[in-house]
Design a protein around this ligand. Structure first.
Ligand SMILES: Cc1cc2nc3c(=O)[nH]c(=O)nc-3n(C[C@H](O)[C@H](O)[C@H](O)COP(=O)(O)OP(=O)(O)OC[C@H]3O[C@@H](n4cnc5c(N)ncnc54)[C@H](O)[C@@H]3O)c2cc1C
Length: 359
């Protein structure tokens, strides 16, 4: 969406192909899944957010970069001068018996809406994978539905294994206070209709949600593109390596920050990268040289429900009981800023009540 908007600002003619025609606001999915705030927080129709763009609601099935054309699942053919790939990442489905049939995921607005309907009547919720998504979901559900026994299971030896220690410690403390049963160093062997079987021989009964990983499908869309962990390798202009007229942005791309460090797949990186790719796509279409951008990841904010959150901004942790009170305000401010960017003042005002939560 940010790429389309940046290209429009350069007066390009833009066609946006999106599988479901909506802008998913993924940082709000856990709150929507927990039944907190309106269900409309999960997404918004692209047609409303992007006047002036030709919107095609369909899935991209194949790309012929020699012919500068793409084919959609419904059999449409679309020609392009420059192409921006921004198809994000998808929940991984490792070959664990029963996972595909009996576990839910939390990656799309539809996933959040399904869980929102199921969670209130569950006796127990088993969240498998204590990264940001799983930890936030466990916290939000435990806060909103105290009658639901929440289990949070993680293969590593602590929750939030890829985030700083102080954030993980504080989040652990908040969740334990809410009676979340946390187990680390365990992995999933099988999922059945009754719950999750673990590799230590125990079974945890309940509604199982798999938050164990996400992967990008860069090679599915562009088989000859070089990838790192499924993410398409791009240069500092967001151009795909070896392709002069194809760019990639967001979770699907391997963006690098200061010192060549691979940046995490976050909204803050995706928004900036999208703008960069859209502007450069328009420049290339106009016969101009693309410009290099400077992308960086400033920090983490992880809401845990009930006005609590943990954060790290640059080197500054907001994870103790005092500074931690600022973290939810920071998250709300980021949400409102994003809404202002994507939907203008009306969207931000409409959602203001739900977004401003005091610690
Ligand atoms: C539960 C959750 C919570 C998160 N919380 C945070 C947070 O608090 N802060 C933060 O910075 N980041 C957060 N993230 C990460 C952040 O949301 C992503 O990094 C960001 O959304 C990536 O944007 P994107 O445009 O690359 O991909 P997406 O937002 O995933 O958008 C990809 C779009 O492409 C469409 N699509 C996919 N394949 C095709 C196809 N073949 N044809 C057509 N359309 C297709 C999809 O329908 C979708 O609309 C969170 C992610 C999740 C899942």
């Amino acid at each position: 969406m940010m790429a389309a908007r940046a290209a429009l600002e350069r007066r390009a003619q833009v066609t946006l192909v999106d599988a479901d025609g909506h802008h998913g606001f993924l940082p709000r999915l856990a709150t929507v899944a927990a039944g907190v705030g309106p269900v409309s927080d999960a997404d918004a129709p692209l047609a409303e957010l992007l006047p002036g763009v030709t919107l095609v609601t369909d899935e991209v099935a194949g790309i012929d970069h020699h012919a500068r054309a793409l084919a959609t699942a419904d059999g449409r053919g679309i020609e392009w001068d420059t192409l921006v790939l921004a198809a994000g990442a998808q929940a991984t489905a490792p070959s664990i018996p029963g996972l595909a049939d009996h576990a839910w995921t939390l990656r799309t607005p539809d996933d959040a809406r399904r869980l929102r309907a199921l969670v209130p009547t569950a006796e127990s919720l088993v969240v498998v994978g204590a990264g940001s998504t799983g930890t936030q979901l466990a916290g939000e559900v435990a806060a909103a539905h105290p009658h639901v026994q929440v289990h949070l299971l993680e293969m590593a030896d602590r929750i939030l294994p890829s985030l700083p220690d102080n954030m993980a410690d504080r989040a652990h403390h908040v969740l334990v206070d809410r009676r979340v049963a946390i187990r680390t160093g365990v992995s999933l062997d099988r999922v059945g209709p009754e719950g999750a079987d673990l590799d230590d021989g125990t079974t945890v009964p309940g509604l199982v949600v798999w938050t164990g990983g996400y992967a990008s499908n860069g090679n599915v869309l562009l088989p000859d593109a070089p990838t790192t962990d499924g993410r398409i390798v791009v240069d500092r202009c967001a151009r795909v390596s070896g392709h002069r007229r194809v760019l990639a942005a967001g979770d699907i791309a391997a963006h690098r920050g200061p010192g060549g460090r691979l940046l995490p797949q976050t909204a803050q990186v995706a928004v900036r990268a999208g703008r960069l790719a859209g502007a450069n796509a328009a420049r290339i279409a106009d016969g101009l040289r693309p410009r290099a951008g400077r992308l960086r990841h400033i920090g983490w904010v992880l809401p845990l429900g009930d006005g609590q959150a943990v954060a790290q901004v640059g080197p500054l942790p907001l994870a103790d009981p005092v500074t931690g009170r600022l973290a939810p305000l920071l998250h709300d401010a980021i949400d409102v800023r994003h809404l202002l960017t994507v939907g203008g003042l009306p969207a931000a005002v409409r959602h203001h009540q739900e977004f401003v939560s005091l610690p």
